[in-house]
Design a protein around this ligand. Structure first.
Ligand code: SAM
Ligand code: SF4
Length: 352
């Protein structure tokens, strides 16, 4: 199987150019942005098969020796925080709970950068059994992905009948203090009518709900601009049950626009990734499970830090690669352009 068939870009530039870059330790780019938020994918495996993300059979497995180890993840996270100005780290995947050494990854990072918030994006399946241990290891918060509270709808969308396990995971995480509990829901045509029920459930369970427009990052390549559910459509549907009042963004780099529900204080967030793109305030930098740096979900440009680490690169050398990777970040995605080409890696292989 070729790298492209595995969803892994064939082109991996080795040393990014630093031409014109100002003398700063931080992860700045040519468009005036500074990356402060690190997303670390730790696996391509998953317990669900959401249609907007994974193929039915799952992604091809990354060979074990190509996955970053607990120690390598710790070293890169510590470097990002101590030398590069990263302020927040989020573990993702695939499904992070499928790494049996997840608690060791969290504990290792927490010991190295004790003051830095460490969070995780998870589908919540099996979280109930691990929430306490993860909180004890130093995890600050979790985002759980949940698109519908209808059991059949959930099973259709995720190709697995695991809704009760997700509910249990959310409640257990909240009960051990992994708060605030945020729920992410991708906007899909099949689940749109159930959006008010999902919001009601989240309000009753004291969870902060955010809807996200579907992006062209699905492994099945079914996404089509003409069919996608827009934030505007969602507002119409929620408006049949709730009164929503625009409340702006919590901070300028936060992608979600907040809406007060029935006068507040509860809110619902909407991330209009496609119809109101926010690339000009993006503050993300990404590390894939097999140790590639990416500056954007949609760009195929990757820089191989796993190989650099294993060839004996010191922290200064890794920092230079990372600064260069971000310096060469492009202005933003062109999802709305006629000639848009989705990236080779899909969401599950990058880490959302
Ligand atoms: N398995 C974990 C989960 O589902 O939360 C973490 C990985 S998942 C790739 C991270 C986030 O990406 C989830 O919130 C998921 O809903 C979102 N996601 C996946 N595919 C997407 C797509 N095509 N468009 C928008 N969001 C997507
Ligand atoms: Fe798995 Fe998360 Fe992708 Fe769903 S969105 S298939 S839970 S990685």
């Amino acid at each position: 199987m070729t790298l492209v068939e595995m969803g892994i870009p064939a082109v991996r530039s080795r040393l990014p150019s630093l031409d014109g870059r100002p003398d700063t330790p931080y992860l700045v780019d040519r468009f005036g942005r500074t990356a402060r938020d690190l997303r670390v994918s730790i696996t391509e495996k998953c317990s669900l098969r959401c249609t907007y993300c994974m193929p039915e059979e799952g992604l091809p497995a990354i060979p074990q020796d190509e996955l970053l180890t607990v120690e390598e993840i710790g070293r890169l996270v510590a470097l990002a925080v101590r030398e590069l100005g990263v302020r927040e780290v989020r573990f993702t995947g695939g499904e992070p709970l499928l790494r049996r050494d997840l608690e060791r990854i969290i504990a290792g990072c927490h010991a190295l950068v004790p003051g830095t918030p460490l969070s995780m994006t998870t589908n919540g399946v099996g979280l109930a059994h691990r929430a306490r241990g993860l909180a004890a290891a130093g995890l600050s918060r979790v985002n759980v992905s949940l698109d519908t509270v209808d059991r059949l709808g959930f099973a259709r969308l995720t190709r697995r009948d695991r809704l009760e396990s997700v509910f249990a995971g959310i409640r257990a995480a909240r009960d051990v203090g992994l708060a605030p509990m945020k729920i992410n829901a991708v906007l899909m045509r099949d689940t749109l009518a159930g959006a008010p029920d999902l919001l009601r459930w989240c309000l009753d369970e004291c969870c902060q709900l955010r809807f996200i427009e579907e992006m062209p990052l699905d492994a099945d390549h079914e996404w089509a601009r003409a069919n996608m559910v827009t934030a505007a459509e969602l507002l119409d549907v929620l408006g049949t049950r709730f009164t929503l009042t625009e409340a702006g963004r919590s901070d300028p780099s936060a992608p979600a626009e907040q809406w007060l529900v029935d006068g507040g204080p509860a809110t619902v967030g909407i991330i209009a990734t496609v119809t109101r793109k926010f690339c000009d305030t993006c503050d993300r930098t990404r590390l894939t499970a097999d140790g590639m740096l990416r500056s954007c979900l949609f760009s195929d440009q990757e820089f191989d830090v796993r190989n650099a680490l294993r060839m004996g690169a010191d922290d200064d050398e890794i920092a230079t690669i990372w600064r260069g990777a971000m310096w060469n970040k492009w202005a933003g995605h062109g999802i709305d352009a006629e000639d848009f080409i989705p990236p080779e890696r899909t969401m599950g292989a990058i880490g959302g």
